[in-house]
Structure formats: C-alpha cells, structure tokens
Ligand binder design. Sequence first.
Ligand code: S3P
Length: 450
Amino acid sequence: MSAHGDPIPMVSRKGPALTGVAEVPGDKSISHRALILGALAVGETQVTGLLEGQDVLDTAAAMGAFGAEVVRHGAGAWSVHGVGTGGFAEPQDVIDHGNSGTGVRLVMGAMATTPISATFTGDASLRSRPMGRITDPLALFGAEAHGRAGGRLPLTLVGARSPAPVRYTLPVASAQVKSAVLLAGLNAPGETIVIEPEATRDHTERMLRGFGATLFAEDSAEGRVITLQGQPELRPQSIAVPRDPSSAAFPVCAGLLAEGSDVLVPGIGLNPTRAGLYTTLREMGADLTFENEREEGGEPVADLRARFSANMKGIEVPPERAASMIDEYPVLSVVAAFAEGPTVMRGVRELRVKESDRIDAMAVGLRAAGVEVEEGEDWWIVHGRGMGSVAGGATVESRLDHRIAMAFLVMGLATDKPMRVDDGGPIATSFPIFEPLMSGLGAAITRANS
Ligand code: S3P
C-alpha cells in the first residue's frame, strides 16, 4: 500500500537516450529545518524552493498544530510566522508524520523542553522505526516518553518543565539524533553540547547560526564537539532551499546507465556532508562532471552533468564516507550492478533502520533481477555484471520506501527486460515530480496499467 492511498504499480524499460535538463525539487533535510526553525523564531520567515513532498507537508502541518502560522504563497514559496523558542502551544490532536523519520524526530526534539504534551504517530513504516535513539537523549533534558514496547510510535512525549542542558555523545552516526538534541537545547538554559564521533549532515548547525543562535563546532579527539548556547531569540530569515542531492541521484544515475544519455541536473547542493555518492561514482569511472561550481545561501552548489558510462568498475566504498551518502546506497547498488566487478559497502548498519531495511529490500530485488548480492548485518557486496548484462524482468516490493521504488525504476532503464515496482506511491514523500521529470528526459517510466 502506498503511504496515502491505493498502490501505484509502475514499470520502467530500456528506451531512447536520456537528454535534457532535470530540475529536481528542494532539499528535504533543509526544507524540514526551515519550517521548524521558522516556527521557533520570533516573526515571519520566508522560504523559497521548499520541497512540497508529503514528508515536508506533514512537518508544515505539525508546525501549525504547535501554534505557528504556516502559509503557502505559491509553488515552493512559503512563510512561517514563528512563536519563539519555548513558545509552542499544546497540539489539540495526534501529530501524524506519515513516512517521515526526520519530521517526527526533529519535531520531538523541538518540543521536548517546552511544558506541553504531544502524541506522535506515522505510517506502518514509521511506526516500525526506532525512536529510543531520540527519546533517550530527550529524557536527559527532563522529557518523558510513553510509547509502545521498543520505543516505537505512537508515542506521547511530555516536555520538560524545568529543562536541564545536556552533554551528549551520539551513539549512532545520525543527523536526526544530533538535530533533535540541538533543537531541544534551544529552550534549555546554558550550554547544550553534542559530540559526534563521525560527521553527519550539518544543515541544523548552519541554519541555527543563520537564525542568530550562538553555536560553535570544533574537532577534538572524541570527534566534532558542537556547543549551543540555550534560550536565544531566533531572528526570522529568508531561506532559499538548494535542490536536493539525494533526489538528483536518480536522474544522474539514470543518465550514467541509459545508453547514449547526456543529462544536466542544475543547482544541486553539494555540502560535503551530503555529496559522498558523487565522489564514489567518479571513483567508479562515471562520466560525471561538476559545472558552474558556486556558493548559494551558504551552501556549495554545482550543475551536475551525467553522460552514459559504459565502463564503470566496482570499488570498495570507504566506510567513513557512509554518513555523507547514507540515502544514496539503494541507487548506488543499482549502478554497481552495471559496473565490472564487486562494489563493497561496509559500515552501513543504519541502512537497516531507514524507511525500510534497505540492504534487504535492495538485495531481494537485485537478486530477482539476476544480480548476485552478499550481505551481513552492516555490510553488503553487489557483484557487478557489466553494462548490457543485467537481466531485469523482476517485480519488486517498494516496502513504503520512496528510494527503493526510484532505485529499481532507474534500474529498469538499462536491464534487458523491464523492472516493475508494486507501489510507486511513496515516491511522493520526497520527489513528487519524479514521473514527469524522468519522462521529460525521455525515460520510459510509466504507471503499470496505463
Ligand atoms: C536526515 C538524516 C538521515 C537521512 C534522512 C534525513 C536529516 O537520517 O537518512 O533521510 O535530514 O537529518 P539519520 O540521521 O538517521 O542517518
């Protein structure tokens, strides 16, 4: 079942070369944060380029439920009239975050140090994901969580009445956990300190500084130490959201795999904490260039040009790169299937607790398409068959996971026989224009029964 309706079976098949310009939507991570920090600022924040995917729309609704005034003015153009740090009102109803781990985890952090209660839920995927990684550090601030066994949603969070600041070392490399702690720290007096042994995406830190919070980050023997001064008055901002490198991955990889293709994907955010896939593809021998490199809104940005790459080689992906490409392993594993030799991916245990168990979901579908895959708890190896040698012809379950659906639809553009996914509905969570955008490049991706 799709997250918000009947399943949408989809199919992709080999077709003409892909050509043209793919304007992918705004960054999902930055869009969530713009809405949440806008809601915690005093006055009106303007956002352009906001991703209007279901995950972000659910966060927008949540901010409304906590008392902010969130208004859509036109495509991607939104304003948020914030209530100030500590100003959240108690929601009148359950907050439904749909499919979005980022949405629910960041919003729990943002309310945890305000003396109100809120009950959170989500779809079947989100209700199966671990929340203890968030509620454990929030308990140190004085918040109380009452959820299902194993810390699953639905869950009621009772915000701390007299929050204490926290010093917390991340037990998992997770920007969601880091961000939840920093957002909770906003309404605690004194300094909240987060130590991350492995660097993860730093959009929260960048944006907090932009909103006027005092935040320092420095490297130490323990890792990156991030110190936030509590109880700032956040000043409203104008935020131009860059285009999402995690969404760009799909037209870029499609361009590398479909014979004769030449695809331009302009204006992609290439923050080093997000760009690991592109480094990896270039190491594999992809014909991928960065053009017009520039800085926009404090983030590095470039136009990506991907051309058909017949001779890519499997590589060992450095485990320390995992956090900077954690959402890109599904589509990387598809590219790896068409490369020569094995692609080895280690240090990726986190893939097992995403919207689906992404190692299992990809391994099952790749094997059904004729590709050999080995796997362990925190590693997997895709044995590439070389370009033109992957059978395809499988129907794959997307398991309520947008990136699994899009990865297999990209795969079908280069397999001998078409690839089908049982439900393309979840794609709307992060990339609502995926179908028209890919069709515009010439890709044969359609609804199965159309
Ligand atoms: C995100 C962080 C990552 C990523 C998710 C978005 C964020 O999750 O997988 O899609 O915006 O902070 P983790 O922090 O749990 O790795």
